[in-house]
Design a protein around this ligand. Structure first.
Ligand SMILES: [Zn+2]
Ligand SMILES: [Zn+2]
Length: 127
């Protein structure tokens, strides 16, 4: 049992790396054909576990299913408002001014994310 769980985790992690910022549903859809024994519930649970354990980032956005990112190094994102695609932006840097203001509001900050949104190249071509 333990061994099977470890194998399933590895399969799901590999899918997370192959697919670009996928949702749990996308990971499940991707794996379903080759690994019918991996259930939808398992995919959700394992991805949630990766996020809780610091092996993946959770990208939440209103109106979109939570996406997962195996790249846990600080980086920014660009999100397409039309198709939902999320791309990495190779930029880092804590917005220290905003961080200080947040602290002034009494929040203890545990992380931050920077996201640009607009249209991806494919969607720009379509319109
Ligand atoms: Zn798009
Ligand atoms: Zn990313």
């Amino acid at each position: 049992m333990q061994e099977r769980q470890t194998k399933q985790k590895q399969i799901i992690y590999d899918a997370l790396k192959t697919l670009d910022h996928p949702t749990a549903t996308e990971v499940y859809g991707y794996l379903h054909e080759s690994y019918p024994s991996v259930s939808r519930a398992t995919v959700f649970r394992v991805l949630g576990g990766f996020a809780a354990g610091g092996k993946a980032l959770e990208l939440r956005a209103a109106g979109d299913e939570t996406r997962y990112d195996y790249n846990v190094m600080p980086h920014y994102h660009a999100r397409c408002l039309q198709c939902g695609k999320v791309a990495d932006v190779e930029a880092t840097g804590v917005p220290t001014e905003a961080l200080a203001i947040t602290a002034d509001h009494g929040f203890s900050v545990e992380g931050y994310s920077v996201e640009f949104f607009g249209k991806c190249p494919t969607c720009q071509k379509k319109s």
